[in-house]
Design a binder for this molecule. Sequence first.
Ligand code: C2E
Ligand code: MG
Ligand code: MG
Ligand code: MG
Length: 285
Amino acid sequence: GIKPSGNISIGIYEGEQEDSLQKRLMLEMALRKAIEQEEFYLVYQPQVNLTSGDVVGVEALIRWRRPDIGVVPPDQFIPVLEEMGLIQQLGDWIVQHAAKQQVAWKKKGVSLRMAINLSPVQFEQMDLPDKITRLIAETGAKFSDIELEITESLAMHSPETTIRMLKSLREEGFKIAIDDFGIGFSSLEYLLRFPLDTLKIDRVFIKDITRGRSDCAIVRALTSLCQGLGLTTIAEGVETQRQRDYLDALGATEIQGYLISKPLESNELIQFIADFKKNQNNQSI
Ligand code: C2E
Ligand code: MG
Ligand code: MG
Ligand code: MG
């Protein structure tokens, strides 16, 4: 999103400005060190198919365990890494790590699609498709088990180049998802022009789905459009059973959100899957 840069507020004290500059520099120093020392880790949020009721995939979400401070969420450091030009480096690590995890679980008999978020800034590297293909091939993961999540804002800069890169990734067999759909610009145009497998409906439309008629209408329109185009829909931020029931009735394919689970560390995820299956079996008896 486009956020005002704090500095534009009028009447700010010079001292305050210096203070935030100082903070920013400290953050940048800490981030450089974090990349060197590998202070990052991934958590995984389950995605459930509404027809089968099974967990069919997970989304990998990055966390920073900042020494002395604790766990920092991505919104507080991804934009900074993008500006610093360091997101490429971390992005490679994320791709490798997530694909390795997918393979490790599969060896334990837990086969899940793995969704990986890509920053628009990563697409400034012309060799991105080749690099992703090589990094993931090295892990032994099956390409069709990997879903790459992009955002609408990616399309705004140079759609032709982006489309070309996505096409070559998709030809390799990777799945492509468009994330946070519906909050950007020219949404429908991109939906039609981009090579996609999955559309993730943004949380803002899910939040009031059981209350407002308009959100319901938007979700209904999106799911039927996606059905027509042969795309999978994943509803994000599903927190209540009522939202789940609505989404089921509206024809969404999958759901992701706190109703199912918050994002989990890798060992927790294995336990979650086991418990989830046990519950499913108990319910069907
Ligand atoms: P996103 O890709 O749309 O991820 C979904 C976000 O919604 C996650 O926040 C998740 O924890 C949160 N969420 C999931 N279910 C619920 C729910 O039921 N209710 C609510 N209120 N929130 C829910 P998180 O992990 O803080 O990530 C925020 C954003 O940071 C992500 O949005 C994504 O844009 C970015 N991000 C996260 N991991 C990565 C990464 O590895 N690489 C890149 N480039 N960006 C990442
Ligand atoms: Mg995402
Ligand atoms: Mg999202
Ligand atoms: Mg988001």
